[in-house]
Design a protein around this ligand. Structure first.
Ligand SMILES: [Fe+2]
Length: 252
């Protein structure tokens, strides 16, 4: 499984997936036609378009790419009226195979009501859209804080070596937020050095590894006593801590 990172718009990531054995080509969340097509052209085909959710900066290239390559568009069944050009309606926990690559649908509502993640379980690769970012998580637009919290916990339970490909390069601002509220985290300080190196050389900070996120992403650390204490929520539930952090980040 080869994954090519395609920076799009101001801070989006689209991803091209190539299965060499079957020569199947797919793209996850084509934010815009031109940047995606520049990469797709090398393969001269695009079999599938996979959408994590309906937002314009994730489906912007759908119709033009479908028209040019006669691709099939896959999205969650709840978003059948909101994902442009959708052909194949996916269900929660459904498995789907493209060539030799098989993935499972993880339903992760919160950012939107119909958000899904694509988990390639043999390769241990997950595309999280706007649910889990490196050191952050998506804003809660259509769902509730509890839904988002539960969705993040689903991703947290994947194998710790899972590679995470997310929808945006938000890592620097997420890092600043984590540093502000998780001041004693030594793993975070190590990750800061690694992130700065990548950003200084204009490299994407993606993919990140789940194990690292669990140690450094404050939204996956709502059970941490130091964090609870620093927020004045020593005896509160993990969900309450998550909600507080999400609200703080919205105005950070
Ligand atoms: Fe979004």
């Amino acid at each position: 499984m080869k994954v090519e990172i395609i920076p799009c718009l101001s801070d989006n990531f689209s991803y091209l997936i190539h299965d060499k054995e079957s020569n199947k080509v797919s793209i996850v969340d084509p934010a815009e036609y031109n940047a995606c097509d520049d990469v797709i052209k090398k393969y001269k085909k695009l079999d599938f378009i996979l959408n994590t959710h309906h937002h314009a900066d994730h489906v912007g290239g759908n119709l033009e790419l479908k028209k040019k390559y006669n691709s099939k568009i896959l999205g969650f069944e709840l978003d059948k009226d909101r994902i442009p050009g959708i052909d194949i309606l996916l269900k929660e926990k459904q498995k789907y195979k493209i060539g030799n690559l098989e993935f499972k649908i993880i339903f992760v509502p919160g950012h939107t009501k119909g958000h899904i993640a694509f988990f390639f379980f043999k390769e241990k690769v997950v595309f999280t859209g706007d649910t889990l970012f490196s050191l952050g998580c998506g804003r809660v637009f259509e769902g509730t804080h509890e839904q988002m919290f539960n969705s993040l916990n689903k991703i947290k339970k994947l194998p710790s070596e899972t590679k995470i490909y997310c929808g945006h390069e938000y890592t620097k601002s997420n890092l600043d937020f984590c540093l502000a509220y998780d001041t004693k985290n030594t793993f975070l300080k190590k990750k800061e050095i690694d992130i700065q190196k990548k950003l200084n050389s204009n490299q994407p900070t993606i993919p990140t590894i789940l194990d690292q996120e669990i140690k450094t992403n404050i939204f996956l650390r709502c059970n941490d006593h130091e964090i609870k204490h620093s927020l004045g929520l020593k005896d509160s539930s993990d969900l309450k801590v998550f909600s507080k952090l999400r609200d703080l980040k919205d105005s950070f």
